[in-house]
Design a binder for this molecule. Structure first.
Ligand SMILES: [Zn+2]
Length: 293
């Protein structure tokens, strides 16, 4: 067994005995790992503080060779997010992020960009969405430390002030979900038909006006669908044009939406369906994000 060091976000924890705890950590260096934090008077106090859910900590652990639990030998709390104790919407968002990291990623499959996005999202909860341009994940980020303040792409463009905590948290979650989907290989295709590749133009506004125009979207197909393929997708949903434009803006395929207040609920529904498809089940925390108005 080799001792390893990692920066970790605590995404799950359960008591194992009076003095021990099993924790699931999402680490920047190794991805997800599950480890036993054995009690012991000297260590216990350190571990107790460090392993609260959604704390960030530096850990040292012994890696088990055959799929057993790793063994934690040191932990030091590095960062915590006070907003989680003060605001219920932020707490739900945080729990949801923890669930996606714990259940959507594989053991020892590192995704440093996803780790950074999770921390940036947790840091930003309770604040208005960042107006910074969206960073694209990818190459050339070896020197990007965990202190990077890059936020996931913002749902809103500049001028998005005065959002309530709840809407702000919901927007932050959607931005995080986009990074999560991208890292897992499920970025939705938005500018061409996911089935036949046909370009998706502005659907002709019907006589009833632009608000009745729709674009087909199917999680199973992996994105938008053209008018020919759309009706054949069993899990299709109809996206309004403003929601489609907001998505294009989020993915850098169009200008950022100036105002998503009219489509926030619709986007929440779409991302809920998309994440549930990728996860193979509905996230437990999802209803807390969808709840109420
Ligand atoms: Zn098509």
């Amino acid at each position: 067994m080799a001792a390893e060091k990692a920066l970790a976000l605590v995404v799950r924890g359960m008591d194992w005995s009076e003095t021990s705890r099993i924790v699931t950590l999402f680490t920047r260096e190794f991805g997800k790992l599950r480890a036993l934090a054995k009690g012991g008077r000297r260590l216990k106090s350190n571990f107790d503080v460090a392993f609260d859910l959604l704390n960030v900590c530096q850990v040292v652990f012994l890696r088990k060779a055959h799929g057993g639990l790793d063994l934690l030998t040191e932990a030091r709390a590095e960062e915590r997010f006070p907003i989680l104790r003060n605001d219920l919407h932020a707490l739900y968002a945080g729990y949801y992020i923890a669930e996606l990291l714990a259940d959507g990623t594989q053991d020892y499959d590192p995704h440093p960009d996803l780790f950074d996005a999770a921390l940036a999202t947790l840091r930003g909860l309770g604040k208005n969405p960042s107006p910074q341009p969206p960073p694209r994940s990818g190459e050339g980020e070896q020197n990007q430390s965990h202190e990077a303040t890059l936020a996931p792409p913002s749902l809103l463009g500049k001028g998005a002030g005065g959002l309530g905590l709840r809407d702000s948290a919901r927007d932050a979650v959607i931005s995080f979900e986009l990074v999560w989907l991208r890292e897992l290989g499920y970025s939705p295709r938005l500018d061409a038909c996911s089935a036949c590749g046909a370009e998706i133009g502005e659907p002709a506004a019907s006589a009833a006006g632009v608000h009745s125009a729709r674009v087909f979207f199917s999680p199973q197909a992996g994105g938008v669908l053209c008018p020919n393929c759309g009706p054949n997708a069993p899990d299709r949903r109809a996206l309004t044009l403003p929601a489609w434009h907001a998505l294009l803006g989020l993915e850098g395929l169009g200008p950022p939406a100036a105002d998503v207040s009219g489509v926030r609920g619709e986007l929440r529904g779409l991302f809920g369906q998309l994440v549930s498809f990728v996860l193979g089940r509905r996230p437990r925390l999802l209803s807390y994000l969808e709840d109420s108005r």
